[in-house]
Design a binder for this molecule. Structure first.
Ligand code: ADP
Ligand code: MG
Length: 268
């Protein structure tokens, strides 16, 4: 109980510190419809440098749509949307093509199924985008990639192909690949759904280290236990709207909104 108290206090003070730091990504008033179905209805969300934010909520709430739009795989119908001081979309002017290209350099994504290139080695998976997309020097990128692989415990797997690795190892390759782009924001889609408890704990520690280095981290998850223990801040999305937002203590332990309460009581 004391440990829980301490963790809660730590999350609250981290959140207070993070909210004073610059925003790494900001979305205000986001709207998105598929046909006549409004999937995002005036959603606002900010992730600060050094902050871990989880987006939670029931199936169909709009979490994946929000993530797809924030990662420019899809587009909001309307929003005020920036990466740092780079305005990507405004309600008046829509998407700004040059800013969209620049914004793609500012974030990395770790997909649920990792999306590794099956025919490339681990090292090639990690170096491909920095060399091809970012047009960086190949030797310099390889040096960074090997350092990242070492950090993630993958040194001896550098020349293997993804099929030769376990799920947890493949996920760490996906993380190394995202980090090698030197992003300011990293997104995780259901980061822990395929991991055992030990790997989940490792993942939590890694996310905390990255946040402490200043990375902004956005997580979409349906796993309340993980969201509870890793997040500085939690946003509960319900039917295309943020129903509740706050520390994990506030949103997951003591929800005020009736929709959050009902979802969490069913999720137990
Ligand atoms: P979540 O990730 O929270 O489960 P989604 O963002 O996947 O929610 O979906 C939100 C709503 O949008 C759902 O009703 C879903 O059926 C609908 N939806 C998502 N993608 C599409 C699409 N490409 N075309 C039509 N409807 C979609
Ligand atoms: Mg989803």
């Amino acid at each position: 109980k004391n440990d829980a108290r301490t963790a809660t206090d730590a999350a609250a003070s981290r959140q207070a510190a993070a909210s004073g730091r610059p925003a790494a990504v900001t979305v205000r008033g986001a709207r998105k419809a598929f046909g006549s179905k409004e999937v995002l209805r005036d959603v606002s969300l900010t992730i600060h440098e050094g902050e871990i934010l989880s987006l939670i909520g029931p199936s169909g709430a709009g979490k994946s749509t929000m993530l797809r739009c924030m990662t420019l795989l899809d587009r909001f119908d309307s929003a005020d949307f920036s990466y740092g001081d780079l305005e990507v979309c405004t309600p008046e002017r829509g998407y700004l093509p040059q800013a969209v290209r620049e914004a793609r350099m500012r974030f990395g994504i770790v997909f649920q199924n990792y999306n590794l290139f099956p025919h490339m080695t681990v090292l090639q998976n990690v170096t491909d985008a920095p060399v091809v997309v970012q047009r960086r020097d190949k030797a310099e990128v390889e040096e960074q990639a090997r350092a990242l692989l070492a950090r993630l415990g993958l040194t001896e797997h550098a020349d293997k192909v993804p099929d030769q690795l376990s799920g947890g190892q493949q996920q760490r390759v996906a993380i190394a690949r995202a980090l090698c782009m030197n992003p300011r924001v990293i997104y995780f889609d259901e980061a822990t759904s395929a991991l055992d408890p030990k790997l989940t704990a490792d993942m939590q520690q890694l996310m905390r280290e990255l946040a402490d280095e200043g990375m902004a981290i956005g997580i979409v998850t349906h796993e309340m236990g993980f969201a509870r223990s890793v997040s500085d801040r939690v946003c509960f999305l319900f039917d295309g709207q943020i129903a509740e937002e706050g520390t994990p203590e506030e949103v997951i332990e003591h929800p005020v909104d009736e929709r959050t309460r009902s979802f969490l009581s069913r999720a137990e």
